[in-house]
Design a protein around this ligand. Structure first.
Ligand SMILES: [Zn+2]
Length: 278
């Protein structure tokens, strides 16, 4: 690719890594890969390393997906349980951009939903990310539903009946209960299987709330968990009927994996950068 080709760069700052994608002016998607990201100070260097490996320079606009609550008013992160440093980060400066008009920052689940917008049509869809945190975006008639301040869809911070104190400060959030089920190398096989069964039950319970509240036609499941848990989506579908019995004549939505998988956030962020959304 020539250096002068116009393109839009999408960066997804996850809990542990940075993913990058590029949308060319003709709409073609190019996933650049990902790198570990422990500190946001590395953001500019890491993004440049990913771009350099494809001999790309000078993005027209940059989209940044963040695991944070992004205010509709300020268009910037205002709360992040996992990466509090996101709140004070000057992305324009960190990425060496010429001005704020060159950048769009949005919640990572919103970006993931944006990456699938063309597929979703005129209905209600929820995009639920299972990863370090639990993120959700809601799409209604082809538009992101953001709520009054931009914080709609915080599924992970709804009370799930537990006692674990969440990183957000509340007790028993779905997210903290799910994280308590993460399998570690110290777990025996029995403990690991018990944790995984509980993870699926909690995950399906969370999806049942989404179904009850939104009555969506589709739920798109993304995030890091389905990448290494081969039948995670199938396991969720299998657990759903115990929360929404078929006898209720409630049509269960299509539950499916995300299209762009580990690049959903970065592809969506790049598409946002290309759009006039913000
Ligand atoms: Zn919480």
């Amino acid at each position: 690719m020539a250096d002068t080709d116009p393109y839009f760069l999408g960066l997804d700052i996850g809990g542990t890594k940075l993913s990058a994608s590029v949308i060319l002016d003709n709409g073609e998607v190019l996933n650049l890969g990902y790198l570990p990201l422990t500190s946001l100070d590395q953001l500019g260097d890491s993004a440049n390393r990913l771009l350099d490996s494809f001999s790309i320079q000078g993005a027209q606009r940059v989209g940044v997906a963040v695991a944070a609550w992004v205010s509709s008013r300020s268009k910037s992160p205002v709360f992040s349980p996992h990466r509090p440093e996101l709140i004070r980060t000057d992305f324009v400066k960190l990425l060496g951009l010429e001005g704020p008009s060159r950048i769009v920052v949005d919640n990572d689940a919103n970006c993931a939903a944006f990456s699938e917008l063309d597929l979703l049509g005129d209905s209600t869809t929820a995009v639920v990310n299972f990863g370090t945190g639990i993120g959700m975006a809601i799409v209604q008639d082809g538009e992101l539903l953001r709520g009054s301040e931009g914080f709609a869809g915080e599924l992970g911070h709804c009370y799930a009946g537990g006692v674990v104190i969440c990183e957000c400060g509340a007790r028993g959030c779905l997210e903290s209960e799910l994280r308590a089920c993460f399998v570690t190398s110290a777990d025996t096989l029995d403990v690991a299987q018990t944790k995984m069964s509980r993870y699926v039950e909690l995950g399906a319970m969370g999806l049942s709330w989404v179904i009850r509240i939104l009555n969506p036609r589709e739920i798109v499941v993304g995030g890091g968990v389905p990448l290494f848990w081969e039948n995670f989506v199938g396991d969720l579908i299998g657990a759903l009927p115990s929360y929404i019995p078929a006898s209720q004549s409630f049509t269960l939505p299509l539950v499916r994996p995300s299209l762009h998988k580990e690049y959903s956030g970065s592809v969506g962020a790049a598409l946002m950068a290309r759009s006039n959304l913000q």
